[in-house]
Design a protein around this ligand. Structure first.
Ligand code: PMP
Length: 440
């Protein structure tokens, strides 16, 4: 009998006991290679001594002091370091407890910013179909994942959802990448015209799409063109790097590789690397100034904003990512892992696409490589692969997108940046065995 309200009432997972490096161990002693960092969280692997010591040190000083009364040294230092490392004019950090909270803060700040400039009509968000931005109501409404939204549809604000930048499925036969990009941009422009630019608050997207599509990067120039549109129309650009940020793609922030800086950037997962729950919303100094020179008060907040222990943990994570240059391992290790995946699955009859950036890689599973026909949704192939891999001691993160109302399937890989070549090989071997086990 368990009293934990588990997500699934039919499956109680094994009890985790400890973690070390790229592996987790359950209470029976079974080892699991963490090939996805849970959900792209554990970028440092498990049991990182530098981070755990920083947490212990901070606990010995002060664990919690409400930000209604105090700021703290870990919060100030983390905000200064993050904004220093962030692209563009992102100069303020609002420190929360996770990705959904970061996205909620972003949406509310965007609205308040327009309001305080007297631009009171701007409330509409443009986001993309097949996207995920969190499970709280604002973030859920922003996301375009039909399955996640469906039960809560009556509770969700109206959002304009345009096509994702998803070349494998979206680019038509014979269409160049540039023409595909033109078509996506035209759809955004048309939606802005339809709604009225003066009513649009923000454009929201994940630079490299994680959970919903499986590590799908944009085509060249896509985000630069959206940046131009946003600037022209007074629309704020919010980039959700909750999953793809903090070095996962080979640069600390994924958008650096697309040559854009947003007005608001959200990070989480890798920021705390799983050692503490933490997220951050970074915004430009110009946005902060509007609030500072207006009401002087961001009308938002949670009890655990700027939590000192979480901030100390994230500071230590940054030491490892930037100071020890673990981010520098991501592109070369990503290339090694990708090479192994291509060798093993490049010609696999049910692998339609291998994609991603850095150590953020995805395989799309199909019924037929040539027609790209998805695997029958009723087979729930992604759930089967997850179970087969887990039984064999591999944690990977399979998911299903929505292709023409059907469930497409992918496997998302996001191993820790400390992954060795042997571990990369183990990951690929175990994934291949899982495919065989489920009949692929
Ligand atoms: N945005 C993206 C892109 C995510 O992948 C996630 C989590 N999967 C979230 C937001 C929500 O983050 P959290 O689960 O920490 O609330």
């Amino acid at each position: 009998m368990t009293h934990v309200f588990h997500r699934s009432s039919t499956h109680i997972p094994p009890t985790v006991a400890r973690g070390e490096g790229a592996y987790l161990y359950d209470t029976t002693g079974k080892a699991y290679l963490d090939g996805s960092g849970g959900a792209a969280v554990s970028c440092l692997g498990h049991g990182d001594a530098h981070v755990t010591q920083a947490i212990q040190r901070q606990l010995g000083e002060i664990a919690f002091a409400h930000t209604g009364f105090f700021t703290s040294e870990p919060a100030e230092t983390l905000a200064a370091r993050l904004t220093d490392l962030a692209p563009g004019a992102l100069n303020r950090a609002y420190l929360v407890s996770g990705g959904s909270e970061a996205m909620e803060a972003a949406l509310k700040l965007a609205r308040q910013y327009h309001l305080e400039r007297g631009d009171t009509g701007r409330a509409r968000i443009i986001a993309r179909r097949q996207s995920y931005h969190g499970n709280t109501l604002g973030a859920l409404a922003t996301g375009g994942n039909a399955w996640r939204r469906a039960p809560f549809a009556p509770l969700l604000m109206e959002v304009s959802h345009v096509a994702p930048c998803y070349a494998y499925r979206g680019q038509q036969d014979g269409e160049s990448e540039a023409a595909y990009c033109d078509r996506l941009i035209a759809e955004i422009e048309a939606e802005i015209t339809r709604v009225g630019p003066e009513k649009i608050m923000a454009f929201v997207a994940e630079p490299v799409v994680g959970a919903t599509l499986g590590a799908v990067p944009p085509v060249a120039g896509y985000f630069r063109r959206i940046r131009e549109i946003c600037d022209r129309c007074g629309i704020l650009m919010i980039l959700d790097e909750v999953m793809c940020g903090m070095g996962r793609t080979g640069t600390l922030f994924a958008c650096e590789q697309d040559g854009v800086a947003p007005d608001i950037l959200c990070v989480a997962k890798g920021l705390g690397a799983g050692y503490q729950p933490i997220g951050a919303m970074l915004c430009t100094e110009a946005m902060h100034e509007v609030i500072a020179g207006g009401s002087g008060f961001f009308q938002h907040g949670h009890t655990y904003v700027g939590h000192p222990v979480a901030c100390a943990a994230a500071g230590a994570v940054l030491d490892r990512l930037v100071g020890d240059d673990l981010v520098g391992r991501v592109a070369p290790m990503g290339a090694v892992l990708r090479g192994m995946l291509e060798d093993r699955f490049g010609q696999h009859p049910h692998v339609g696409d291998i994609r991603g950036r850095g150590l953020f890689l995805g395989l799309e599973l199909v019924q037929d490589r040539d027609t790209k026909a998805p695997i029958d949704a009723d087979r729930k192939i992604h759930a089967q692969i997850k179970a087969a891999a887990f039984a064999d001691g591999l944690i990977c993160y399979p998911g299903g997108g929505t292709i023409d109302g059907k469930d497409g399937a992918h496997v998302l890989l996001a191993p820790p940046f400390i992954l060795s070549e042997d571990q990369a090989q183990e990951l690929v071997d175990k994934l291949a065995r899982a495919f065989v086990a489920v009949g692929l």
